[in-house]
Write a protein that binds this ligand. Structure first.
Ligand code: AMP
Length: 310
């Protein structure tokens, strides 16, 4: 196994200015693992769903080489459900409903075959569960990447800070970085968050790209200006899946290589938002992924001569 992902596998109901869905397949672990599957063919997930979760959706993951032995199915219970409504600019959204259901008392069990996995992706989930999974690993993974969101900052900040001490990379959005650090300036926020545990911090800014912080270094990658954006749900998770997927494939966790990983993560996220839910992530070709990453490089390719002339 090269990547182990934990996170929600869920039902979502989404409303954007372009339409509305009933319950569709979502969840942080779903987006992450589908996205990472374009880079590695041997990943696994640990999560929980209820008996209401369709078998076909699990099969879609298996078809992409994702091992689902760690996906517990509780026949008599309901899956995690989240509903959100996006504002007109699509960069911000309101959570309408969060029903924890099976997640409320979930006790994750990492299958024996995944306990030495070198890349651990802690997708959005209760910070206690994220920590529990780290403790179940037989060897400290080479890289632990953690995602989280304001929901957990509101109700479980202390636990979240405990988990932060144990991870290498944190990915959050700009608002969450401000909430976590209490700082408005993202540079100051990053400095404060890098004191909390992670050595690398990625701040996602939706359609405005992503920033990577490490020590005093900062790298910025834009988001691709797209003609059609239907549904930003899962973009952050898809980004994380592409990011860790690329690192696991190349086995190089240097700051320099993380810049490439951010470009691939951004490329994957740009596919995700083109359709509702996970649809776009099920059938991409390798050349589509590589072409999209090239478009990113072209976007920032510059031949400018910046010397000031007299
Ligand atoms: P993103 O748009 O990248 O933030 O991810 C959206 C996904 O996160 C949706 O598919 C939801 O099912 C899932 N999600 C929403 N709220 C939570 C939460 N509190 N904990 C874990 N996953 C969540």
């Amino acid at each position: 196994m090269s990547i182990l992902t934990i996170g929600t596998v869920a039902f979502d109901a989404i409303e954007t200015p372009f339409g509305k869905t009933d319950k569709i397949i979502g969840g942080a672990a779903t987006y992450i693992s589908l996205s990472a599957s374009y880079f590695v063919s041997n990943s696994a997930i640990v999560s929980v769903v209820g008996g209401d979760f369709p078998q076909e959706a699990i099969q879609d993951m298996r078809n992409r080489g994702i091992n689902t032995d760690g996906l517990e199915i509780r026949q008599n219970e309901k899956s995690f459900f989240w509903s959100g409504k996006y504002h007109n600019d699509l960069n911000s959204r309101d959570t309408l409903v969060t029903e924890l259901n099976v997640l409320a008392d979930f006790k994750p069990v990492v299958p024996a075959s995944a306990r030495k996995t070198p890349f651990l992706m802690l997708g959005n989930l209760t910070p206690d569960i994220q920590r529990e999974v780290i403790h179940q690993m037989e060897e400290r993974p080479k890289l632990i990447v953690m995602d989280t969101m304001n929901f957990w900052m509101d109700i479980a900040m202390d636990s979240l800070k405990e988990t932060l001490k144990l991870v290498d990379v944190l990915t959050i959005n700009d608002e969450e970085a401000r909430q976590l650090s209490g700082e408005y300036s993202l540079v100051k926020a990053a400095r404060a968050i890098l004191q909390m545990g992670p050595k690398f911090l990625i701040i996602k800014k939706g359609e405005h790209g992503a920033l990577l912080f490490h020590g005093k270094e900062i790298f910025f990658a834009p988001a691709l200006p797209l003609e059609e954006v239907f549904d930003p749900t899962g973009a952050g998770d898809t980004f994380a899946g592409g990011f860790i997927g690329y690192l696991a494939k190349t086995k190089d966790i240097s700051f320099q290589n993380m810049k490439n990983a951010i470009i691939y993560g951004s490329a994957m996220a740009s596919f995700c938002v083109e359709k509702f839910g996970t649809e776009r992530l099920l059938n991409l070709s390798r050349s589509e992924v590589v072409d999209r990453a090239r478009q990113f490089i072209q976007l920032v390719d510059t031949d400018l001569k910046l010397e000031l002339q007299d």
